[in-house]
Design a protein around this ligand. Structure first.
Ligand SMILES: [Fe+2]
Ligand SMILES: [Fe+2]
Length: 291
C-alpha cells in the first residue's frame, strides 16, 4: 500500500499519526522508529507493529536529541533516580519493584536508541536495519515485562525518577560501527551477566516470576549480542581482530570493563559467538590505573 509515494503522503497527512500500530497495518521500519521516538505515551511506544516490516522508502538521516516521553518518565538530573537495590534487600517486594522499575527504563532506552539508530543511519546495510527492527520488538516485550512486574509489586512505571544514562551515551554514536560496539557489545554484553545475577537474586528471594523474566531476557540477550558481533565483523577494518576493533570504537567512559558483571559467564558469550580469545581478553581487561 506504500508503493506509490504520492499515496503514502496522502495516507500520512490524513490518517491519525501512527494509527498503523493499533490497526496492525504493514508498516515501514522508519515510521515504526518515529512512533517509538515521537510518541509520548508508553502504550504507543510499546505497541508491536505488524510483521514483517518493510524498509523500502528512502529517508533522510534524522537525529533526535531526546525521545518524547510523558512528564513522569523524563530523564531526571544525575544522581536523582534511585540506585539499584542491593541483592540482600530483594526479599522486600518494594525493593524488587524498584529493581524492575530501573530495568524497565533500561529496556525502554534500548528501544529508543535502536529507533534513533534506524533514523540516523538510513544508508546502513539492509540486513542491519532489518535486524535492529526485529530486536526492537524484543525490547518492547522486555519493557512490558518489567513494567508489569513492577506494578504487580506495587510501583507504577513513572512513579520514581528515571535516568538517561544509556541514551546520553548513544547520542555520541557517529557511525553504525560505534553503535554496534556500544549498545550491543557493551551494555547488552554486560547484561549477559546482570540478567543471570538478578535471576539468582530473585530466586534467593523466592520470587519465581521475577526470576523467570530475567531468564527469558537473558536468552534474548544472547541473540542481541550475537547480532552485534556479526556486524562488528562485517564493519571492522580488514585484518583487525574483533577485540581490537571493538576497543578502538568505544568512546570513554565506555570500555570493556563496562561489558562485565559481578559474575563473568563464559557460556552465554560462547553462545553469542565470541571466540575464546575475545572472552579471555574481556575477562582479563584491566583499567589503566589498576595494578
Ligand atoms: Fe532487552
Ligand atoms: Fe537486548
Amino acid at each position: 500500500m506504500y508503493s506509490n509515494p504520492a499515496n503514502r503522503l496522502f495516507l500520512i497527512v490524513f490518517r491519525d499519526a501512527f494509527s498503523f500500530v493499533r490497526k496492525g497495518l504493514p508498516v515501514e521500519l522508519s515510521d515504526f522508529a518515529r512512533c517509538v521516538l515521537l510518541s509520548k505515551q508508553l502504550d504507543r511506544k510499546l505497541a508491536p507493529p505488524a510483521e514483517p516490516m518493510s524498509d523500502g522508502i528512502p529517508h533522510e538521516a534524522e537525529r533526535l536529541m531526546r525521545p518524547a516521553r510523558t512528564a513522569q518518565l523524563q530523564f531526571a538530573a544525575q544522581r536523582t533516580a534511585p540506585k539499584m537495590p542491593k541483592a540482600a534487600s530483594l526479599k522486600d517486594p518494594s525493593k524488587r519493584a524498584i529493581a524492575h522499575h530501573i530495568m524497565a527504563n533500561h529496556e525502554l532506552q534500548a528501544l529508543e536508541i535502536m529507533a534513533m539508530v534506524i533514523l540516523a543511519f538510513p544508508q546502513a546495510p539492509a540486513g542491519f536495519r532489518q535486524g535492529v527492527g526485529e530486536i526492537m520488538l524484543d525490547e518492547q516485550r522486555h519493557t512490558r515485562l518489567h513494567v508489569q512486574r513492577a506494578t504487580e509489586l506495587g510501583i507504577r512505571f513513572g512513579e520514581l525518577p528515571v535516568n538517561g544514562y544509556l541514551w546520553t551515551k548513544a547520542v555520541e554514536y557517529s557511525s553504525v560501527l560505534e553503535y554496534v560496539c556500544g549498545l550491543p557489545l557493551v551494555f547488552e554484553g554486560g547484561n549477559l551477566d546482570h540478567t543471570a545475577e538478578f535471576e539468582q537474586y530473585f530466586l534467593d528471594a523466592g520470587d519465581l516470576r521475577s526470576a523467570g523474566i530475567m531468564r527469558s531476557i537473558h536468552r534474548d540477550e544472547i541473540r542481541h549480542v550475537e547480532f552485534g558481533l556479526h556486524w562488528l565483523r562485517k564493519l571492522k577494518p580488514a585484518g583487525m581482530d574483533d577485540f581490537t576493533a571493538w576497543e578502538q570504537n568505544l568512546k570513554w567512559p565506555l570500555r570493556p570493563s563496562k561489558a562485565r558483571g559481578k559474575l563473568f559467564l563464559d557460556e552465554p558469550r560462547r553462545a553469542a559467538g565470541m571466540t575464546e580469545e575475545f572472552i579471555n581478553r574481556l575477562r582479563e581487561w584491566k583499567e589503566e590505573n589498576d595494578d
